[in-house]
Design a protein around this ligand. Sequence first.
Ligand code: AP5
Length: 226
Amino acid sequence: KKLCDRFCCIRNMNNIILLGPPGAGKGTQADLICELCNVPKISTGDMLREAVASGSALGLKVSNILDTGGLVSDDIIGSLIKERLTKADCVNGSLFDGVPRTIGQAKQLTEMGVIFTHVIEIHVEDEIIVNRMSGRRVHPASGRNYHIDFNPPKEPGIDNETGEALIQREDDKPETVLNRLSVYHDQTKPLTEFYMNLSKEGDINFYKVDGSKSVEEVFKNISSNL
Ligand code: AP5
C-alpha cells in the first residue's frame, strides 16, 4: 500500500529522463537540471558503482558487467528503482540519468506507475565520445564529473567541492568505451522511437539536443525546453 500511495503521487510530478550514449554529458547536465528543478538525480550508474565500491552482494554480482561495458539485468535495475522511489525526496519528481536503458526497463517503469513529463535525448557522434571519455575525471563519492580540457576542475586532479582526489573510471578505457557504444546502439537507442511515439500521443514532451556544443550551451537549450 505504501508503494502504491507513493506511485500515485509520482503520477502528477515532474519526472524527467535523460537519454543518450555513454559520454554524451548526461551526468553533467543532470546535476544542472536537478539544481534548476529542485529534484533528485536517480543515476543507476552511480548506484551500481556505489554497490561495487561497498563490496556488497550486488556489487560483486555486477562488477564485471560494469568493467566490460555490458548492461545489468532489467530485474536488478527494476528493484533498485522501485526502492529508490520510496524515498521522500522523490515526492516532487526525479531526474532519471541513464535509466531506462532498454525497452524492458521503460515498460517496468510504466508498470510501476511512473509517468514521465519530459524525455531529453542528448545526441553526440561516436567519434567525439571516444575522445571525451579519455579526458573524463570523476569524484567517486559524489559522482561529480570533470574533463581535463572541456570542464576542468579548479585544481588539476582535485574535486572542487571537497578537495578530494579525482579518479579515472575503469570503464573509460578505449576498448570498453567501444563496447558500451555498441551496446547503446543495440539496446538503448530504440528508446528514442519508443518515447517519440508516446510524445505523438501527447503524453510526453520529447526533444533532442545537440550534445556536441559546450556544457553551457547544451544546458541553455535543455532549460529553455523544461
Ligand atoms: P553510467 O554511469 O550511466 O554510464 P553511461 O550512461 O555510459 O554514461 P556516462 O556516465 O559514461 O556518461 P554521461 O553521458 O553521464 O557523460 P558525462 O556527463 O559523464 O553507467 C555505467 C555502467 O553501469 C553501464 O555501462 C552499465 O554497465 C551499468 N548501468 C547503468 N545503468 C544501467 C541500466 N539502467 N541498465 C543496465 N545497466 C546499467 O560526460 C562525459 C565526459 O565529457 C566528462 O568528462 C564531462 O566533463 C565531459 N563533457 C560533458 N559535457 C560536455 C560537453 N558539452 N562538451 C565537452 N565535454 C563534455
